[in-house]
Design a protein around this ligand. Structure first.
Ligand code: AMP
Ligand code: ZN
Length: 468
């Protein structure tokens, strides 16, 4: 299996640190709002990477954090007049709902930065003890030039960085020994969440979070560290500097980065305001369509979001689902005797599609080509399965199809359509729950309906609903 490693800029054969196991850390979102579909790209891509490792028989320890302490969270909390923790816990819950909708497996562990402050303080102390960090007026900085390999991931040269760094120096940081030094710990400002430390009451910098959480849950050395390509510099470069200086070992062997999801060829981002949330897309489409769309391009190629591409993903997904639905239908009345010799040969004939699929995935997770192999299998199913096929043959085809679509996180069985009468009954139950102030139940009903593609709108005239 070959993986493109940002560190070496080459595709390399994957060799695990420990036979049969993969230790993988994926930088998670900062939780101050609903996630947008740009944030969903790394989630879908690396969930697929994980699923493929599992398909190949690896045991994957997958850790992905939530950054729940950050300026943006604090800003939002101040705007709403609530505690920062209320904002982060709200959007973690919403993010988990979106992940479920996109069929993203829960990580082995989803650590929260705020639960891991003690470990971060210890790591910062180690860096100070080893001479890689220093304290000035309650702030702790990393002594960037002291780490020899600095720049090795982003392939940047220290002197070029220095040039840019000077202009980036912000007020209050002029106490740094060098403009390249970055913050490990900062003292709190009035009203901010803060934790005790030997240097000041304050909070950790963003980069140290991932170094510590990766170490705590996966160990000092990991196989794969991943995230969007905007994280290469400075976030991942700084993580390497911290982890390798503190632990005295190479941190991650393979660094994987997805390219951006764009809109009108510009990166989709909160700050540009050119984003769609996963929630919004979920109102228009089955989120499986979004997943299929994301995987239709190679993860290292930029992907432009458009209604046309979503439409063609929807059609592609429908084609696969129709074939699966037809197999189910044929199986209901198929003969139950054994496969004929001809059928045995035909089943063996599907090996080639699995081989093509694996060849594509083995080549740095080329999901676009892997999907092409699935379409070839669908064609084969449509031309070889019919009313004369044995149940065993049909089941064999189905098993083959599902084993491949599972790797992509695509569910081929269409959910049962919910009937109007059932919807009305659930809406009535929700109204009763609200009257009884059982808001949790009311929300649960709304979410259940949303999952089935039913959108509720509370209007003055009562509750209205529509199918997405
Ligand atoms: P953030 O919450 O901004 O830290 O982002 C969480 C994850 O989403 C990181 O891995 C980012 O690199 C990734 N990300 C953010 N915007 C995009 C985008 N437009 N396309 C692809 N990945 C993105
Ligand atoms: Zn990170």
């Amino acid at each position: 299996m070959k993986i493109y490693n940002t560190l070496t800029k080459r595709k390399e054969e994957f060799v695990p640190l420990e036979e049969g196991k993969v230790k993988m850390y994926v930088c998670g979102p900062t939780v101050y709002n609903f996630i947008h579909i740009g944030n969903a790209r790394p989630m879908i891509v690396f969930d697929t990477v994980r699923r493929y490792f599992e398909y190949k028989g690896y045991e994957v320890n997958y850790v992905s954090n939530f950054t729940d302490v950050d300026d943006k969270i604090i800003k939002k909390a101040i705007e709403e007049g609530v505690a920062a923790e209320e904002i982060s816990s709200r959007y973690i819950a919403e993010c988990k709902k979106d992940m479920e909708g996109m069929n993203i497996k829960p990580a082995t562990k989803h650590p929260l930065a705020t639960d891991e402050i003690c470990g971060m303080v210890d790591m910062i102390q180690t860096l100070i003890d080893k001479g890689y960090a220093y304290e000035k007026n309650g702030t702790v900085y990393y002594r960037t030039r002291k780490f020899e390999g600095y720049g090795k991931l982003s392939h940047k040269n220290l002197d070029d960085l220095q040039g840019g760094g000077r202009t980036l120096l912000v007020t209050g940081e002029d106490e740094k020994e060098d403009s390249l030094d970055f913050v490990l710990w900062k003292p709190k400002k009035e009203g901010e969440p803060a934790w005790k430390s030997p240097w000041s009451e304050g909070r950790p910098g963003w980069h140290i979070e991932c170094s510590e959480m990766s170490k705590k849950y996966l160990g000092e050395q990991i196989d794969i560290h991943a995230g969007g390509e905007d994280l290469i510099f400075p976030h991942h470069e700084n993580e390497i500097a911290q982890s390798e200086a503190a632990n005295g070992k190479e941190f991650a062997k393979y660094w994987m980065h997805n390219a951006f999801l764009n809109i009108d060829n510009r990166k989709m981002s909160k700050s540009l305001g050119n984003f769609f949330t996963v929630r919004e897309i979920g109102e228009k489409y089955d989120l499986q369509v979004l997943r299929f769309f994301m995987l239709s391009a190679h993860y290292r190629s930029p992907l432009n979001f458009s209604a046309e591409l979503m439409e063609s993903s929807k059609n592609g997904l429908d084609r696969i689902r129709k074939a699966a639905g037809n197999l189910k239908f044929l199986m209901e009345s198929a003969r139950t005797d054994e496969m004929t010799d001809g059928e045995k040969k035909k089943i063996a004939g599907t090996d080639v599609f699995a081989a093509d699929f694996e060849r594509a995935m083995d080549d740095d997770f080329n999901t676009a080509d892997a999907i092409a192999a699935v379409f070839e299998l669908v064609k084969y199913i449509n031309t070889t399965a019919d009313g004369n096929s044995s149940k065993e043959y049909l089941a064999g085809l189905e098993k083959r199809l599902v084993s491949l679509t599972d790797v992509l996180g695509i569910i081929v069985e269409k959910e049962e359509e919910i009937l109007d009468a059932d919807i009305e009954a659930l809406i009535e139950e929700r109204q009763q729950a609200r009257k009884a102030k059982e808001f949790a139940r009311a929300d649960q009903i709304r979410d259940e309906l949303l999952k089935k593609g039913i959108i509720l709108e509370d209007t003055r005239e009562g509750v209205k609903w529509r199918r997405a």
